[in-house]
Write a protein that binds this ligand. Structure first.
Ligand code: 13P
Length: 316
């Protein structure tokens, strides 16, 4: 099977109350860890690539790695998605490069400008059979070069449910990322994590049957945070979205859940552990291998949190 878009998977996700995991990839080991997990769990998959990932690895290498993953897993629907396209030009380039889904993030401009930029991307992408995710409201934290609002202020920049019908109607976007109090990165909350479930509920009511997207969804798993801190790292105040909250959101209209930080922390934790426990080791396979295995185990677990394990066939 060739790469697919998100239409069938979001339809199944909405109907059956699960979400598809959207995992960020930057290199071979991260991709292989994710693919091994979805192959064992028979889950649909969105592999997402940020502008930073394109610059780091180069699109031709990433594309070749993803092509192998697709060829080796003919029964699994896999989407290649642009994460946070900040301009029309970036989105256009990705459509031209064969992405099957792009995100245009003009959420930092005015409502009118966001509509105009999103509509321009939608017109270009739809004419070439590519689906578009847009964003309304603002997230916190830093996603590579996309700087969000300060995490203390996220609750002031939530998606306004009164704007969503006009936004989706005027742009024609296929899915919508909403701001519900999460931030990108490992420092999402200073105290008790809080998500605006009332916003998901209200937006869901205004857009029945329409797929919503949750960014900043890493949980900052204790296992990896502890390993990082034990083996010389310094992330004492890291805090993520509790998995019970994610489980609750996916039963609502959230059909796509974005995870990057948990992948980074799994890989970093294992590399730190190998470096500290066996300081004489200098074969990259001896630390990247355990990192890849940790990613696989973590992603398998996430697929159950999202409810999409075993759902590959339902998305075809
Ligand atoms: P995390 O930093 O919580 O993994 O979020 C990633 C994300 O939303 C990418 O768009």
């Amino acid at each position: 099977m060739a790469l697919v878009d998100t239409k069938k998977m979001f339809k199944a996700a909405y109907k059956e109350g699960f979400a598809v995991g959207a995992f960020n990839v930057n290199n071979m080991e991260i991709t292989q860890g994710i693919i091994a997990a979805i192959a064992e769990e028979k889950a649909p998959l969105i592999l997402q690539i940020s502008r930073g990932a394109r610059e780091y690895a180069s699109m031709s290498y990433l594309r070749a790695i993803i092509d192998v993953a697709v060829a080796e897993n003919p029964d699994i629907p896999i989407v290649m998605h642009l994460d946070h396209g900040d301009t029309f030009e970036t989105c256009k380039q990705c459509v031209d490069d064969g992405f099957t889904s792009v995100m245009v993030d003009a959420s930092h401009s005015s409502f009118e400008e966001n509509i105009a930029t999103t509509k321009k991307v939608v017109d270009y992408a739809h004419a070439r059979g590519v689906v578009v995710e847009a964003e309304l409201g603002q997230l916190g934290g830093i996603e590579e070069d996309v700087v969000g609002v300060h995490s203390d202020d996220v609750m002031k920049h939530l998606t306004d449910p009164d704007q969503v019908v006009e936004f989706v109607g005027k742009t024609g976007c296929d899915s919508l990322a909403i701001a519900i109090g999460t931030s990108h990165g490992a420092y999402k909350f200073k105290s008790e994590p809080k998500l605006a479930f009332d916003v998901i509920e209200e937006v869901g009511r205004k857009l029945p049957g329409y797929p919503l997207v949750m960014h900043g969804s890493s949980s900052v798993l204790k296992e990896f945070k502890d390993l990082i801190n034990k083996y010389g790292g310094k992330m004492p105040d890291a805090m993520g979205v509790p998995e019970e909250a994610i489980g609750r959101a996916v039963k609502m209209a959230i059909c796509k859940v974005n995870i990057d930080t948990d992948l980074r922390m799994a890989l970093t934790a294992k590399i730190r552990q190998v470096f500290c426990e066996t300081p004489g080791e200098f074969d990259p396979r001896k630390y990247l291998g355990p990192g890849r295995e940790a990613i696989k185990k973590m992603v398998k677990h996430k697929l159950h949190v999202l409810g999409c394990a075993g759902k590959a066939a339902a998305c075809l």
